[in-house]
Design a protein around this ligand. Structure first.
Ligand code: SF4
Length: 403
């Protein structure tokens, strides 16, 4: 979400005639987009701001803006008190007001521009379909800093998709905190996937992050029938213990989560899953943690993002973890090892399969199952090719392009 918001911010600058630069010395303005989901992320953003004091003072007229979730949580007063050289603060809930805020400091916008793909391949574009979240997972600060769920109207989403395709995108990545909860009147997420995949030029659709409670039989049918929807799904689980899942207010049990994976695999057995885990949530015992390891073995994930629990002010569960940091690190290491083991197996199993690959450069592309893929001959970037996987190297598949 922050990457997509950074792209929107860059578009606001582009509309004022600014260009992106990686060279701080050349920059006339800097936007620090902040995250507060873990304390460490917020600390890093704040130290980045501290380091920019010298940059700001080195040339008159330079502007510094802070946006995002930590900006929302801390607010203008706190940030300006700590860093008096900041020009503007725009919190995550007020991002729509960024353009107006920039108008106060910079020449006004000459027109609207389409965000460019700063973080992805030029062929892959983010499109945000919802903002905020109305669920109440106890460890999570997102509802407090981004507000309740608000869905973008379908027509607005389609307009964005068309603009991104005109600018060269072939893959659209739909974003939202509970992206598959999207709805508008009678329209549901599967309808949105169908209408976006009918936009000429859209070859592939991804979405992040769905929530296990929003997969319906209608969605499963649509998934089975719509090959444009990528065969990789990132489905956060957080824990394998029912006791911890209940305490986190996730709304499902481990068996229900695994049941959802099974239903999706039934709709397309080729689907690759990834997930998120939190270790050391308050009350997590050794037995709870063993259940998480068991879920890794049964869920068979291609990869997982694993984090140590970080208590957040503003989240319902503010308690510190019950275990020592050493124990938390030990659990994290064991979890990562287990994920690596099953992930390695999933990767190796791709050999011999036929993958649909979106070509990104002459000899490289990304499979629908989200693996980087090396091709045995040159293909046109932006095209879809069928590839027989003949080998793996580090994190990449290699294969033969089929006629
Ligand atoms: S679903 Fe839960 S974890 Fe995800 S943003 Fe909403 S409250 Fe946070």
């Amino acid at each position: 979400m922050n990457e997509a918001d950074s792209e929107l911010a860059a578009a606001d600058f582009a509309a004022r005639g600014y260009e992106l630069t990686d060279d701080l010395k050349k920059a006339d303005a800097v936007v620090v987009n902040t995250c507060t989901v873990r304390q460490q992320a917020e600390n890093r953003a704040l130290s980045q701001l501290g380091r920019l004091e010298g940059w700001k003072a080195a040339r008159e007229g330079r502007k510094l803006f802070v946006i995002g979730c930590a900006a929302e949580r801390l607010g203008f007063g706190t940030l300006r008190h700590k860093f008096p050289f900041i020009d503007g603060v725009i919190g995550a809930k007020a991002l729509d007001g960024l353009s107006e805020e920039l108008d106060k400091h910079l020449p006004p916008a000459a027109g609207e521009t389409t965000p460019s793909n700063i973080f992805n391949s030029p062929l892959s574009a983010y499109v945000t379909v919802m903002r905020g979240c109305s669920l109440k997972c106890t460890y999570c600060i997102v509802p407090s800093v981004r507000g309740p769920a608000a869905f973008l109207p379908e027509e607005e989403v389609l307009q964005q998709v068309r603009r991104r395709v005109e600018a060269g995108a072939r893959e659209i990545v739909l974003l939202g905190q509970t992206v598959n909860a999207w709805r508008e009147g009678e329209r549901r997420f599967e309808d949105l996937l169908d209408s976006i995949s009918s936009v000429p030029g859209v070859l592939r659709l991804r979405f992040m992050s769905p929530h296990p409670i929003y997969f319906t039989p209608a969605w499963l049918r649509a998934y089975a029938e719509n090959p444009a929807v990528a065969r990789h799904i990132h489905l956060p689980v957080q824990s394998g213990s029912d006791r911890i899942l209940k305490s986190m207010r996730r709304g499902y049990t481990a068996a229900e989560y695994l049941g959802t994976l099974e239903k999706i695999r039934k709709a397309d057995p080729d689907t690759v899953f990834s997930t998120d885990f939190i270790v050391g949530y308050p009350g997590e015992t050794k037995e709870d943690f063993e259940k998480t390891l068991e879920l890794v073995r049964r869920g068979r994930f291609g990869f997982a993002f694993c984090f140590k629990y970080s208590p957040r002010p503003g989240a319902p569960a503010k308690d510190a973890p019950d275990i020592t940091d050493a124990e938390m690190r030990a659990r994290l290491a064991r979890l990562l090892e287990e994920v690596k083991k099953t992930g390695g197996g999933i990767f190796a199993e791709r050999i011999g399969r036929i993958e649909e690959v979106l070509v990104e450069s002459a000899r490289r592309g990304k499979s629908s199952s989200n693996f980087n893929c090396r091709l045995d001959r040159e293909c046109a970037p932006g095209s879809l090719v069928r590839v027989e996987v003949t080998g793996t190297a580090k994190t990449e598949l290699s294969g033969k392009v089929l006629p």
